[in-house]
Design a protein around this ligand. Structure first.
Ligand SMILES: [Zn+2]
Length: 447
């Protein structure tokens, strides 16, 4: 059977991930992501109103015109987890394919919300929820399976396409976490079993941290780090504010729990805080206290801040958006003095996040931090662990899967090359069984 891989997006950048795998007559598309930085660089771009081709020209969404070179029918669109660089283009591209969107329940819920917010296209693809460990028939000889993995968002999976030529493992966005704060540990046994029983024809891998030595720590390490910081502030009687990735439900859960442990009432503020945490709670992924406040709209946020100021900042922990210094996020507005919450000399601001190493983010985050400091805030930074494998995790995955072919993904050329180096040290060869690709190419694996 002919098996080929179209590297559509995310092979020259971080963002707009998209890869299609064809096995015989059947095609599965993995991820349809957005490159948010290409949108934010323009002032006031409302993507909801924009046409796909304009977004493709901006480099914001995958250029899927290469799909016209791929024979066969698309049988499923499979986003691996709910980060925007994996699901953000679904509302702009999925309607062009007569295929269901298949993903884990939390991801499907986020996709549904995104489709509802779309105003240019009518996206009515079926939405199918499938849990890790489950399989789905794709055509006569091909099967799709979800393997449980761990990442910085809940309900993330690595999809595997089982073909008569062997398994194609789409390995983007994971770390090897045996003690995640929410959900099950990564299912390494299943990866080993697939390799042993069937053989892995190809492994498509995320190269984000391929240059980082050692091992990416577990979420439990970030949790303990956070606990240490919060406990040290138990006797502080002024304002403490925390920020993290809104989609990082495990981290939000830790912040909520430690706030209560030091006698403060946690409250989630900002539109995306309300969206992600509200969705996770509704689907039963997390059990927040019954009276946990989540507010997204400007008016209810301001009302909450006024209540906090009236009843005493020392009684609360606002958990807010703005960890990257995004200009319109809550923490940035607080720094500019645009909210009723007064930051005073000695107040603490906890960044449970790392700045995404990108000039725009670094600049915005610097500005936001300076604004907070000018009001006297003390900053706690980098209370975080990455969601991506470092070198030792990559070695362990190669060991477990023993893939015949490797396709490095999810980075620019410089960082893809670092993963190529790592694979070559394990006996693979660039141009032979390592396939370094660019956006819009097709790799023929078997004939
Ligand atoms: Zn991710």
């Amino acid at each position: 059977m002919e098996v080929e891989i179209a590297t559509i997006g995310g092979y020259e950048e971080v963002g707009r991930q998209c890869t299609a795998v064809r096995a015989g007559d059947d095609v599965v598309i993995f991820d349809m992501g957005l490159n948010l930085s290409k949108v934010l660089i323009h002032d006031n771009v409302e993507t909801e109103q924009m046409h796909s081709l304009d977004l493709i020209d901006m480099g914001a969404i995958p250029d899927d015109r290469v799909m016209s070179e791929i024979e066969g029918d698309v049988q499923a669109i499979v986003p691996t987890h709910g980060h925007l660089d994996h699901i953000g283009a679904i509302s702009k591209l999925a309607h062009r394919y007569d295929a269901p969107i298949v993903s884990a329940p939390f991801t499907i819920e986020l996709v549904k919300q995104q489709i509802q917010g779309e105003s240019k296209f009518e996206v009515d693809n079926d939405l199918i929820k499938m849990d890790a460990g489950e399989t789905m028939q794709i055509g006569d000889d091909t099967e799709l399976e979800f393997v449980n993995i761990t990442h910085s968002i809940i309900d993330a999976i690595n999809p595997v396409l089982h073909t008569p030529e062997g398994a194609v493992v789409y390995g983007l966005d994971k770390r090897m976490d045996h003690t995640p704060v929410i959900g099950d540990p990564i299912d390494m046994d299943r990866f080993r079993e697939i390799s042993r029983e069937e053989g892995v024809l190809a492994y498509i891998e995320d190269c984000t941290n391929a240059a980082k030595k050692g091992r990416t720590p577990s979420e439990r390490v970030a949790r303990e780090h956070l606990r240490d910081v919060m406990m040290s502030l138990e006797d502080y009687d002024g304002g403490i504010v925390a920020t993290t990735f809104s989609s990082h439900i495990a981290r939000v859960k830790s912040l909520v729990e430690f706030a209560e442990e030091i006698g403060r009432e946690p409250v989630l503020l900002g539109r995306s805080m309300e969206k992600y945490s509200g969705t996770a709670e509704r689907l039963g992924f997390v059990d927040f206290p019954d009276d946990l406040g989540m507010y997204g709209h400007r008016k209810s946020v301001d009302r909450t801040f006024k209540r906090i100021m009236k009843e005493g900042k020392e009684n609360y922990l606002p958990i807010v958006t703005g960890h990257q210094g995004e200009p319109r996020a809550m923490l940035t507005r607080m720094g500019r003095g645009e909210t009723p919450y007064d930051i005073e000399d000695g107040d603490k601001v906890i960044f449970s996040a790392r700045v995404i190493p990108e000039p725009t983010n670094e600049g915005q985050r610097y500005q936001s931090e300076q604004l907070l400091r000018m009001q006297g805030a003390h900053i706690y930074d980098d209370i975080h662990v990455s969601g991506h494998l470092s070198q030792e995790g990559h070695y362990q995955m190669l060991e477990a899967l023993q893939p015949e072919n490797i396709v490095p993904a999810h980075q620019n050329l410089e960082n893809l090359a670092k993963y190529v180096d790592l694979c070559e040290s394990e006996g693979y060869n660039l141009g032979d069984d390592i396939h370094l690709s660019r956006n819009g190419n097709v790799i023929q694996l078997t004939e």
